[in-house]
Design a protein around this ligand. Sequence first.
Ligand SMILES: [Zn+2]
Ligand SMILES: [Zn+2]
Length: 104
Amino acid sequence: MDLEQKRFTMIDEGFVCAVCGASVEKLGKTARDHCPHCLCSLHLDINPGDRSADCGGVLRPIGVVNAKKGLQIEYKCEKCGNVKRNITAPDDDYDMICQVSANK
Ligand SMILES: [Zn+2]
Ligand SMILES: [Zn+2]
């Protein structure tokens, strides 16, 4: 398969969390897609990091999934109800992850 066709953009950038107001630094290795403090994210991506969803709703963590790749946070969009998963980042607040996983 042609590598060019497989390419998709990962935008790694710092942002100010729309939910808790923390300023979040970019992650470096992979796209920062959620706030490490409150774990919330925004519905901006269709594929990870592509910023091509036009919803913009707040993705609230609803659960934690133990996947092969590692822990994933399951989100539900407050606006459109879409359910998405993001892989956890190394500096995610561990207490928050525990809280979310106990929510289910
Ligand atoms: Zn936050
Ligand atoms: Zn949405």
